[in-house]
Design a protein around this ligand. Structure first.
Ligand code: SF4
Length: 479
C-alpha cells in the first residue's frame, strides 16, 4: 500500500465516520436507546494508544461507552501476541461473545492488533469464528471507519490485513482514557529483530513521525487539559532515522518538555544499545522529564545476549545503567528479563542475577521465554520446563528483594505526585504516581484528578507508599 497522504486519507475516513453516524442514529432510534461500544485492550502502551484512536472514531459515530462486553453493541478486541497463550485467551473470549450475539442480533465484533498480523490466526478466525464481523491489522487502524461502514452496509465478514506500510495516518478523532494524561506515538515499528520477538514482523519497519506533528499533538493535548504525556515507540532511542530533518530523541524530548501546560514527560521503551549520553544529559537537566527509565536487560549473559541479537554485553549494560544512576540522582531504572531462552544454562542465569544485584532495578517484569512462531529463536532447541521454572524462581526472588529495598529509599521524603484516580480501597483517598513511577495513596484534601501535589511519603508498603498528608497544588508551577 503506497501513496496515502495523511490529510487526504484522514478526510476520507472522516467521511466514513459521518456515514456510520447516520446508520448508528437509525439503529439507535429503532432500538429506543443509545448504542454502546467497548474496546478491550491487551498488551502494551502502543495498543492502549491505538485503542484510544478506535474509541475516538466510535464516539464520533455516536456510540456511547459500554460498561461491559455483555452490554455493548460493538466489541473491539485489540490483541497482543507477545505473551504465551494470547491466542487461547482470545478464542475463549470469542466463545463467550457468541452467546452475547445470540441475545443481541445486531451486535458486532471486531478484532485488530498484533495477533491479526499472523496468518494462522486470521485463517482460524475465518474458519472457526464466522460471526466475527471485522478483522484488521496494525498497519491500517486508521481504516477502521471505512471497514466498519462496509460491514454495516453488507453481510459478510470483512478482513483487511496489510503486510507492511510506510504510511502514517494520524489526523483522526481520539478519545483519551484519562483527561489528564495520554500517550503520543513518536514512531512505529522496529528494525532490531531481537531473535525472540515477533514485533518487527507484526508492526513492520521503523518509521518516525515528523517532530513538528508530534509537538503539535502535544500542544493540542495540553490545550485539552493533559498534563502528562508518554512518548511511545518500540525503540524511542533510535527516533529520527529516515527523517528529512535530523532530530535526535533527546532533542525531541526536550522540545516536548517545553510545551506549555505539560508538567511531566515519560517515554517508553529504550533499547540499551541506542541510549545516548545526550539523552542522559537532557533528562538530568530537565525536571519535567520523569526520573524513570525502562531499560530492558533481557539477559545478563553475553552468550545469550548475542543469540538474542541484542547488540550489547553485560559489561556495557552495567556501565550504562550505573552512568544513568550517577548522572540522574534519584532515577528509577526498571527492566524486562527473559528466563529460559534456548541454550540458557544455570551459569547464564547467574550472570543475569549478577546484573540485577549490581544495577539494583527498581522493578523488573520477569518472563519465562515462550517461542513465537516465525521468530529465529522459535526454531532453536527449547529448554526443559522444570529447569526454566527453577531459574525463573531464582531471578524473580532477586528482583522482588531488590525492588522492595529500592522502593524504601524515598520513605520520609516529600515528593511531587500526579493524582491519577481514587484509591480503589478507600474513597476518601487518591492514588497517584511520583516521577519515578511509584504509586502513592494519600488523603484527597480538596485536590482534583490531574493535579500535581506535594505528598509526604510516610510509609513504604513494599511497592507503594501510604501517606497521611498532601500539601500545595503544584500544577501551575510545573506546567
Ligand atoms: S527492540 Fe527487540 S524486543 Fe523490542 S520490539 Fe524491537 S525486536 Fe522486539
Amino acid at each position: 500500500m503506497t501513496g496515502l497522504n495523511d490529510e487526504k486519507e484522514s478526510a476520507r475516513q472522516r467521511e466514513y465516520i459521518e456515514k456510520c453516524r447516520e446508520i448508528i442514529a437509525e439503529r439507535s432510534e429503532k432500538s429506543g436507546r443509545p448504542l454502546s461500544a467497548i474496546v478491550c485492550t491487551f498488551g502494551c502502551q502502543m495498543n492502549e494508544r491505538d485503542s484510544e484512536k478506535i474509541m475516538g472514531s466510535l464516539m464520533e459515530m455516536g456510540y456511547e461507552r459500554a460498561l461491559s462486553e455483555e452490554d455493548a453493541d460493538i466489541i473491539i478486541y485489540n490483541t497482543c501476541t507477545v505473551r504465551e497463550n494470547a491466542d487461547k485467551r482470545l478464542y475463549g473470549r470469542l466463545g463467550v461473545c457468541k452467546a452475547y450475539k445470540q441475545k443481541n442480533k445486531d451486535m458486532l465484533i471486531a478484532l485488530c492488533g498484533c495477533m491479526m498480523q499472523e496468518e494462522h490466526v486470521v485463517d482460524k478466525i475465518r474458519k472457526s469464528y464466522p460471526y466475527v464481523d471485522v478483522l484488521f491489522g496494525t498497519h491500517n487502524i486508521f481504516k477502521f471507519p471505512e471497514l466498519l461502514y462496509t460491514r454495516l452496509t453488507g453481510n459478510s465478514q470483512i478482513i483487511d490485513i496489510w503486510k507492511d506500510t510506510d504510511e502514517i495516518v494520524e489526523d483522526l478523532p481520539t478519545r483519551r482514557k484519562y483527561s489528564f494524561k495520554t500517550g503520543i506515538n513518536i514512531m512505529y515499528g522496529c528494525d532490531n529483530f531481537c531473535s525472540y520477538c515477533i514485533v518487527p514482523y507484526v508492526r513492520g519497519r521503523e518509521r518516525s513521525r515528523d517532530p513538528k506533528e508530534i509537538i503539535r499533538e502535544a500542544e493540542k493535548a495540553a490545550a485539552d487539559g493533559v498534563v502528562e504525556v508518554m512518548l511511545l515507540g518500540q525503540n524511542v532511542n533510535s527516533y529520527g532515522k529516515g527523517l528529512d530533518t535530523k532530530v535526535t530523541f533527546a532533542e525531541l524530548l526536550s522540545e516536548i518538555a517545553k510545551v506549555d501546560g505539560i508538567g511531566r514527560v515519560r517515554f517508553m521503551t529504550s533499547h540499551p544499545k541506542d541510549l545516548s549520553p545526550e539523552l542522559i544529559q537532557v533528562i538530568a537537566e530537565n525536571k519535567k522529564i520523569a526520573r524513570h527509565i525502562h531499560l530492558p536487560l533481557q539477559s545478563g549473559s553475553d552468550r545469550i545476549l548475542k543469540d538474542m541479537n541484542r547488540h550489547y554485553t553485560k559489561e556495557q549494560y552495567i556501565k550504562l545503567a550505573l552512568k544513568i544512576r550517577e548522572e540522574i540522582p534519584d532515577v528509577s531504572i526498571t527492566s524486562d528479563i527473559i528466563v529460559g531462552f534456548p541454550g540458557e544454562t544455570a551459569a547464564d542465569v547467574d550472570d543475569t542475577i549478577d546484573v540485577i544485584e549490581q544495577v539494583r532495578f527498581d522493578g523488573a517484569f520477569t518472563f519465562e521465554y515462550s517461542p513465537r512462531t516465525g521468530t529465529p529463536a522459535a526454531k532453536m532447541k527449547q529448554l526443559d520446563k522444570a529447569f526454566v521454572q527453577e531459574n525463573f524462581d531464582r531471578v524473580l526472588s532477586t528482583v522482588q528483594r531488590i525492588s522492595k529495598e529500592q522502593a524504601g529509599r524515598f520513605e520520609g521524603r516529600v515528593m511531587e505526585v500526579l493524582i491519577e484516580g481514587e484509591d480503589e480501597k478507600d474513597a476518601s483517598r487518591y492514588t497517584g504516581r511520583i516521577s519515578q513511577n511509584n504509586v502513592v495513596h494519600f488523603p484527597k484534601m480538596g485536590f482534583s484528578l490531574g493535579d500535581f501535589v506535594n505528598v509526604s511519603l510516610d510509609e513504604c508498603m513494599g511497592f507503594y507508599y501510604n501517606s497521611k498528608t498532601a500539601s500545595g497544588c503544584l500544577t501551575d508551577a510545573l506546567c
